[in-house]
Design a protein around this ligand. Structure first.
Ligand code: 6LW
Length: 527
């Protein structure tokens, strides 16, 4: 088939930005508190995509250790200029350095540079236009001060001096959104097209009212005139009972064959109690065909809606299956898709060498509810139906404060754990749902010490938790996962499923001496 299957980057891959270099396309997405950050995916045909690297792949590039959940690395932009990839992004929150910066690399697989911090660049969602005349222009969005209404933001533009990586010349506020009263004008990108400058920006907020609009002007610094067809792409008028919603944050690329494409973020919606809620995957990356008419982009021509299959006429035939992600922890490096929560030196990678074939996680926090680095390694939940599994040893000796096992994590405030706890009376496996400061016990099973399999079977908003002891399969409990839906639990990130260990006798923070550890034989996420 030659159709791209949407979402082209399933699982939590929000705020996509795309560029083309020769016959290869590159997409970068936002990652918030997760490390490594800012994955770069590559495709030759827009149909099959592979992860080639992360723009944030070293602990010393940026300090994520104290960023809040859904803080950290916000919407990035990727562009290629003078032989180098440039990723512009913003680090939000935490006690380390914040603000906007640029990372560069000649090879998207890395190494990526240290950040070049851009002074006097308030706000978020930076983007760079490398203009035809050799000049470069920076644009971003920030809260309007004073705004005429709350949540009003403004898109601003300044020239970027590439030699010094600093902003020069006058600042130009060019856009507040297409409609009077628009909130959260954001995700701006400037393009040179047919001799004019095209401004693409989203508005309405990243949830139900998300929408993409366009404006045109003679110069990157404006003034810009909006399209009379704005918003050019949205699902907000379709109501909540739709399989795909929250459509926005578009970036554009020409395919070098006369065609145009956009990447956007969108959320799948699944039935819940007679209505729908956002799927656990959160905001994902979708591909949308684009044509230009009278100088304006037309998104999803003929329908104006995102489609699950998008025909790419020049792509070869491919079969695309839902992927399984498996790490047996026996290679020299961990699986490239494996992510950890906040940068925690030595936590998620030190384990590999200590016992070949195992991932050893040292507890660094007392609980996954803490806004701290966690001893956690997981994969994005890419599809609504998935099985997450691991194997570990239930210890003989009691260690009541220590819990180790599987977690489905939406945020610090919302997660499900299936964990082993070693008490004096023998080990137990507990199924716990943590919601806003409260642990709900959904099931407990007594198990013998020794090797155990832990399994979480997820189907939409339902989960079944099992423990496997030899040939025995014991159901520990079932869970309603709807509190982990991003539309219920909030935030910018979808659910990540992985292994973890916590020790509530451990001091907070990653400088503490490791109090406890757990060895995991495998982590598998079968979709
Ligand atoms: C991002 C902004 C947004 O910076 O949400 O959807 C913010 N839009 O553009 C976090 O993803």
């Amino acid at each position: 088939m030659t159709a791209a299957c949407n979402p082209v980057l399933p699982g939590s891959h929000p705020d996509p930005s795309i560029c083309r270099v020769g016959d290869e396309f590159f997409v970068v997405t936002s990652t918030f508190e997760y490390f490594p950050g800012l994955p770069v995916h590559r495709s030759r045909d827009l149909v099959t995509w592979e992860l080639v690297g992360h723009a944030v792949h070293r602990d010393d590039q940026l300090d994520l250790s104290t960023v809040p959940a859904s803080g950290g690395l916000f919407a990035p932009t990727i562009r290629h200029h003078a032989g180098r990839f440039h990723v512009a992004c913003t680090l939000v929150g935490g006690r380390g350095r914040q603000g906007s910066f640029v990372l560069t690399a000649t090879d998207p697989a890395g190494p990526w540079s240290d950040p070049a911090w851009i002074e006097d660049a308030p706000g978020i969602d930076p983007s760079i236009l490398f203009d035809d005349d050799g000049r470069a222009w920076w644009c971003g969005t920030r809260l309007a001060d004073p705004g005429d209404w709350p949540e009003q933001t403004e898109v601003w533009v300044r020239e970027l001096d590439l030699a010094t990586m600093s902003l020069v010349g006058d600042e130009h506020v060019v856009w507040h959104g297409a409609v009077e009263g628009a909130v959260w004008a954001e995700g701006p990108h400037l393009f040179r097209h047919a001799g004019e400058v095209l401004l693409l920006a989203s508005e309405g907020g990243t949830e139900r009212h998300h929408a993409v609009s366009a404006a045109r002007g003679a110069s990157p610094s404006g003034p810009f005139t909006g399209s009379r067809a704005n918003p050019l792409l949205t699902h907000r008028h379709l109501g909540g009972d739709v399989p795909v919603a929250n459509v926005g944050h578009a970036d554009l690329v020409d395919d070098g064959r006369g065609g145009w494409w956009a990447t956007v973020l969108a959320t799948r919606r699944l039935p819940l109690d007679g209505a729908r809620a956002d799927a656990l995957q959160g905001r994902e990356t979708w591909l949308v065909p684009v044509v230009f008419e009278d100088g304006w982009p037309v998104f999803a021509p003929g329908t104006g809606r995102l489609a699950e299959e998008v025909d790419v006429p020049w792509a070869g035939a491919h079969a695309i299956d839902a992927r399984s992600l498996v790490d047996h922890f026996d290679g020299p490096r961990s699986h490239p898709e494996l992510v950890s929560v906040r940068t925690a030196p030595g936590v998620h990678r030190a384990g590999l060498g200590e016992r070949r074939g195992h991932l050893r996680l040292h507890a660094v926090s007392g609980g996954l509810h803490e806004p701290a680095p966690h001893a956690f390694a997981g994969f994005r939940l890419e599809q609504p139906v998935a099985t997450l599994a691991t194997v570990l040893e239930a210890p003989d000796a009691p260690s009541p404060g220590v819990l180790a096992g599987l977690a489905l994590r939406l945020s610090d405030r919302r997660h499900l754990t299936l964990g082993v706890r070693a008490r004096a009376a023998g080990p137990i496996v507990e199924l716990l749902l943590h919601v806003d400061g409260e642990d709900r016990v959904l099931g407990v099973a007594e198990v013998p010490a020794g090797r155990l399999g832990l399994v979480l079977e997820v189907d939409g908003f339902d989960a079944v938790a099992r423990v496997e002891v030899g040939e025995r399969r014991i159901v520990v409990g079932t869970a309603d996962l709807s509190p982990l839906s991003p539309s219920e639990g909030g935030g910018f990130v979808g659910v990540v499923g992985g292994v973890f260990v916590v020790d509530d006798t451990a001091a907070d923070g990653h400088d503490a001496a490791p109090a406890a550890f757990a060895d995991f034989d495998v982590l598998s996420l079968v979709h």
